[in-house]
Design a protein around this ligand. Sequence first.
Ligand code: ATP
Ligand code: MG
Length: 279
Amino acid sequence: METKLCPIVAIANQKGGVGKTTSAINLAQALALQDLKILLVDLDPQGNATQGVGIPLESIHASISDIIRDRNFVVEGAIYKGDGLDLIPATPLLSRVEREMTSMTNSELRLSQRLQVLRSQYSLIVIDTPPTFGPLMNSALNAATQIIVPVDSSYFALMGIKELMAEVEEIQRGTNPTLSVLGYLLTLADPTNIANQTWDTLISSFGSAVFETKIRRSVKLKEAPALGKTIFHHAPDSVGAQDYLGLAHEVMTRLGIGELSSLLNQTKPTLSAIQGGCK
Ligand SMILES: Nc1ncnc2c1ncn2[C@@H]1O[C@H](COP(=O)(O)OP(=O)(O)OP(=O)(O)O)[C@@H](O)[C@H]1O
Ligand SMILES: [Mg+2]
């Protein structure tokens, strides 16, 4: 029987502060709450996703840097196990590794190759990416089967999308021909004219590729990472939790994974946060 390989979704936009990490963490957790086995990969030297799910820097013994650098490293050794949601963390060392990648053989294909072994063990792998084009972003675009593009609700929000799509096309023409856009996601939505205009422009530019769910700006979503908690552990009844569950619903439909029927009954976490320590 053929082994089923799970999708790999990178959350990508080279614009900073658009909600990539917030979306990676909370989408991953929302999907994990639907009885799916999710791996979150932090590919940003800032390590915001790692901190955001409550793994302190000092407790990290192995990270995504080891996976990229060392071909003999056993990938499972960098997985921090949670209940439904596992994490491969990033530390500031990753910025040095990115500089070293220019002199590594096949550097931008390594992540893709190394993640293959995990694709039969998870329902979905989510990659949080850095806010710059470079070897790490290219690695994510090579590894991904799809990308989600978060777009913040500001006047300049859509200005970098063309550049991002040019990079995606370059990768499609070269090393990852089947890479596609799973959807565009409006983030930091608020009741301003600018947010409404950004939404209208998104819809007129990308039509049904835009997720119907808008992620509203909310204090709880901003507070959660500082506490090392996902929104489902910090404020399970908040609008932020509702929005990311709505997004999870759409992602599951678009990817054709999981059971949707129980989705709306499971807004409360039954899990503890990810446990530190390598398995
Ligand atoms: N829906 C939201 N409501 C309120 N605050 C939010 C929301 N989404 C994100 N934020 C806050 O906005 C800031 C930027 O979000 P986030 O870190 O997710 O963006 P990013 O795109 O990953 O940033 P970077 O490009 O630096 O990696 C953070 O302080 C985060 O807590
Ligand atoms: Mg980030």
